[in-house]
Ligand binder design. Structure first.
Ligand code: NAD
Ligand code: DAU
Length: 358
């Protein structure tokens, strides 16, 4: 496989997984290229996630940020041309299921139309080149919801059930269509729930930790028995890099943690870790657990069969759940100013002053 990896366009690189990916990639001994982070900076995208990367890269030119919308064709064409892009790693998305239930429109625009714009610009710019790659980041939620048994495989039929997962499923189909119709060299990965530093505090794990800090209620949806499969964000990104290097064009790969937990058990575990780390009486934290109305259409269980990735490409996760959770809780406890920053309207004002109106 002779893929160039000289000028890598990372979309959504200021978000949770994308920022961790940029940090990870720039530290890989077998990556010698440059990263162009293309992000519009929604509420979920924060340049503060990359302060250390900017400091480390200094003037060496290996990291560049461009503010832009993936739906804006002219802007995408300009960045692909200016930086001679040979690789796209496409993280940019509206990513929160609850927001998609409240208002699906932004999800269709960014996740479906934005993906089609990127695919089309790449196809036109690359003109049949085979040393290029479009890697699309997707989710296990496209497969729907499981009962007590079984796990999603790459050939599990798609059955998305929320506006978010429907938009991601549509994007996945477009990615495959560009491979089959135009021969665009693509790879695609469907990953389970990520956790780790820099995750916006609207998703379960960071929301719970932030609420513990402020002694606010810890809202558990429904009966708390929905099951998710958890993976430390760096293990996801290591899998993405392996797929980029060795994955077969036109193939999709499942990525998962093989770590299924009921939500309520996970929240209780987080309470325990938080109480121990901060020297708080456990009861003071567990008393905050509050059962609330269920999410509409709440998928019951996700589980991922990632044997293809392990057997064909040799990936293995490096973090067990206990140590990953401890690292994560410690990170949020140590980074209160980051939390304040990303949650404040001040941050959005700063973005507008420095990068113009969205
Ligand atoms: P996130 O919400 O933290 O970050 C999304 C980023 O995309 C933000 O920086 C945002 O500013 C940017 N963005 C949004 N709309 C844009 C647009 N129109 N143009 C340019 N940039 C735009 O999301 P995340 O949790 O890091 O997820 C990243 C990707 O991984 C998504 O595609 C998501 O579907 C997928 N995924 C996430 C998980 C998870 O557990 N978080 C698991 C599997 C797959
Ligand atoms: O499976 C991969 C997906 O994981 C990604 O594609 C999505 O981008 C990502 O947001 C995540 O989706 P979930 O809906 O599984 O994640 P969330 O953190 O929102 O919720 C995890 C579980 O916790 C889910 O069963 C709903 C529940 N929950 C969530 C929140 C925010 C609660 O009980 N209380 C809450 O306050």
């Amino acid at each position: 496989m002779n893929r160039a990896f000289q000028n890598v366009l990372v979309t959504g690189g200021a978000g949770f997984i994308g920022s961790n990916f940029i940090r990870y990639l720039l530290h890989q001994a077998d990556f010698h290229g440059r990263v162009i982070n293309y992000d519009i900076l929604t509420y979920a995208g924060n340049l503060a996630n990359l302060d250390d990367v900017v400091q480390e890269c200094g003037q060496n030119g290996r990291y560049v940020f461009v503010r832009g919308d993936i739906c804006d064709r002219e802007s995408v064409e300009e960045v692909v041309r200016r930086y001679d892009i040979d690789t796209v790693v496409h993280f940019a998305a509206e990513s929160h299921v609850d927001r998609s239930i409240h208002d699906p429109s932004a999800f269709i625009k960014t996740n479906v139309l934005g993906t089609q714009v990127l695919l089309d610009v790449a196809r036109q710019a690359w003109q049949g080149r085979q040393d290029v790659l479009f890697h699309h980041i997707s989710t296990d939620e496209v497969y729907g919801s499981l009962g007590n048994e079984g796990a999603f495989r790459e050939d599990t039929p798609y059955d998305p059930r929320s506006p978010y997962s429907a938009s991601k499923a549509a994007a996945d189909h477009l990615v495959m269509a560009y491979f089959h119709t135009y021969g665009l060299p693509i790879t695609l990965s469907n990953c389970s729930n990520n956790y780790g530093p820099y995750q916006f505090p609207e998703k379960l794990i960071p929301l719970m930790i932030c609420n513990m800090e402020e002694r606010k209620p810890l809202p558990v949806y429904g009966d708390g028995k929905n099951i998710r499969d958890w993976l430390y964000v760096e293990d996801h990104n290591a899998a993405v890099w392996i797929i980029m290097k060795n994955g077969k064009a036109g193939e999709k790969y499942n990525i998962g943690g093989e770590t299924e937990w009921e939500n309520i058990r996970l929240v209780e575990e987080l309470c325990k870790i938080y109480a121990e780390l901060t020297g708080t009486p456990l009861g003071e934290i567990t008393n905050l657990i509050t059962y609330v109305k269920d999410r509409p259409g709440h998928d019951r269980r996700y589980a991922i069969d990632c044997s293809k990735l392990k057997d064909e490409l040799g990936w293995q996760k490096a973090h067990d759940f206990q140590s990953g959770l401890q690292k994560t809780v410690q990170w949020y406890v140590n980074n209160k100013s980051w939390i304040g920053n990303v949650q404040s309207g001040e941050y959005m004002k700063w973005i507008e002053t420095n990068y113009g109106q969205r």
